[in-house]
Design a protein around this ligand. Structure first.
Ligand code: NAD
Length: 503
């Protein structure tokens, strides 16, 4: 299907601006490797003016035009953006699918989530007004104390390509709800829908500079944004490797960061499950979004007594997954995002085989697809848990299976990871599910499912999966600073020092 990629510029101070050096990054359709457009590539000069615009917008008119306006005022813009997303959701879904390769039905689902997330944070922006000046009980009656929740300032929002508009929204919506002004830097591998968000912001009349969107390379646009002295906080989603660079940049200016990084999450299947249902959740937990999910439950821990039957069914179901162009009816697995990712995943599979893992399904490009970055849903059985494929994040459609005997062994295997983003447990015994939930070291646990995510519930990891929480009320807190106000309410003098007049 031919989709026209709109020709856009950088979005700075409410206007489209050509990148200072005139550079652009090609947009490649991963399903056929064709160049279908380009997006502007910002450099340090562009980032400079974007951050200055955000800084001006934060302080304009003493903050009364945005940062110190009521939450209800800001909520109107968030709702207007949500309405525009809904109006254009079908077109946005197509742009997203052609840009990053995810099946069109999934992209359409993401656009619904984007609109809901803006609406949700509009509600929270309104309720923020009622949470200002909440009294704090202090033990001396001569004092009154309360807190003000204030926007943290200018925030840098740096996002990945697997859910291009949704990951941006998880940051943009709460940041604007809180009263921050922002510079968003989406991934160079999929920025098209984020530039469309800019167009929607223009249409709803968002005050200039409140949201600036600078596309371009991480090493240029991203790095200069992360190290800018006028940025008050960095919210980052991406790889652990880049997360480390972001922390290093932030450390120079003692700047807060929140990091949503990668994972290698376990899914534990006990012998009492309904096998067909558990098989479906296992596949969804790993192959949804073309296997490119940070919280992908890509380490399957399978109880020994059902291992043979479960694996046979798993393979049979995996064979049934339709791998095709994202626009084909019934597509359930599209191409991975880029040639770089395709080569990286193939190398992971090659190394896994050399390391002794056994491919029980997939491992190659599907024979019917000659072009595009397609990889079959791949299932590998693993004995030795020290090998790379068991320990490192693939970020592609690759599931590893390991057999366990007891609950204790399953928990030990699950926690033997540098990551701690998510985990899933599947069993009819809810007591066991609760025990395992408490024992798994992760920020998100699914019971009898894997992956469903709601914008009301907190999202984030522990260990090398990062820190800080997005979504829910926690997502708003990310962009707020708490100011303590304490007032002396007695008419009596404080009385610590003696007045010279009494001597
Ligand atoms: P990445 O780290 O390569 O890039 C993420 C963003 O950082 C991009 O916008 C990139 O341009 C930018 N960037 C790169 N180098 C930079 C630098 N030196 N300074 C500043 N910015 C820089 O990650 P990716 O490949 O886009 O995304 C995949 C990774 O993201 C995976 O590890 C995945 O697990 C993780 N992820 C995590 C979550 C989560 O919620 N925890 C969600 C989605 C993806």
């Amino acid at each position: 299907m031919a989709i026209a990629i709109p020709h856009r510029q950088l979005f700075i101070d409410g206007e489209w601006k050509e990148p200072a050096r005139g550079k652009r990054v090609p947009v490649i359709n991963p399903a056929n490797e064709a160049v279908i457009g380009d997006v502007p590539a910002a450099t340090a000069e562009d980032v400079e003016i974007a951050v200055e615009a955000a800084h001006r917008a934060f302080h304009r008119n003493g903050g009364r035009e945005w940062s110190r306006a009521s939450g209800a005022f800001r909520a109107k813009y968030l709702r207007a953006i949500a309405a525009k997303i809904k109006e254009r959701s079908s077109e946005l879904a197509k742009l997203e699918a052609v840009d990053c390769g995810k099946p069109l039905d999934e992209a359409a689902w993401d656009m619904d989530d984007v609109a809901s997330c803006f609406e949700y944070y509009a509600d929270l922006a309104e309720s923020l007004d009622g949470k200002q000046r909440t009294p704090i009980s202090v033990p001396m009656q001569t004092f009154k104390s309360y807190v003000l929740r204030e926007p943290i300032g200018v925030v840098a929002l740096i996002t990945p390509w697997n859910y291009p508009l949704l990951m941006a929204t998880w940051k943009v919506a709460p940041a604007l709800a809180a009263g921050c002004t922002a510079v968003l830097k989406p991934s160079e591998l999929a920025s098209v829908t984020c530039l469309e968000l800019a167009e929607l912001c223009k249409e709803v009349g968002l005050p200039p500079g409140v949201l600036n969107i600078v596309t371009g390379l991480g090493s240029e646009a991203g790095a200069s944004l992360a190290s800018h002295h006028l940025v008050d906080k960095i919210a980052f989603t991406g790889s652990a490797e880049t997360g480390r660079k972001i922390m290093t940049a932030a450390a120079q200016e003692i700047k807060p960061v929140s990091l949503e990084l990668g994972g290698k999450s376990p899914i534990i299947i006990f012998e009492d499950v309904d096998i067909e249902k558990a098989v479906e959740w296992t596949l969804f937990g790993c192959f949804w979004t073309n296997g490119q999910i940070c919280s992908s439950t890509s380490r399957l821990l399978l109880q020994e007594s059902i291992a043979k039957e479960f694996t046979e069914k798993l393979v049979a179901w995996a064979k049934n997954i339709k791998v095709s162009d994202p626009f084909e009816e019934g597509c359930k697995l599209g191409p991975v995002v880029s040639e770089g990712q395709y080569e990286k995943i193939k190398k992971f599979i090659f190394t896994a085989k050399n390391d002794g893992a056994t491919v029980i399904h997939g491992g190659n490009r599907p024979q019917h697809l000659k072009k595009g970055y397609f990889i079959e849903p791949t299932i590998l059985s693993v004995e030795d848990t020290s090998i790379q494929i068991w320990r490192e994040e693939v970020f592609g459609p690759v599931l590893c299976v390991k057999i366990f005997k007891t609950e204790e062994e399953a928990i030990e295997l699950a926690n033997d990871s540098q990551y701690g983003l998510a985990g899933a447990v599947i069993s009819k015994d809810l007591d066991r599910c609760n025990r395992v939930t408490e024992a798994i070291q992760a920020g998100i646990i699914w019971i009898n499912c894997s992956q469903p995510t709601f914008c009301q519930a907190p999202w984030g990891g522990i260990k090398r999966s990062g820190f800080g929480r997005e979504l829910g009320e926690w997502g708003l807190e990310n962009y707020l600073s708490v100011k303590q106000v304490t007032e002396y309410v007695s008419n009596d003098p404080w009385g610590w020092y003696q007045s010279p007049s009494k001597l």
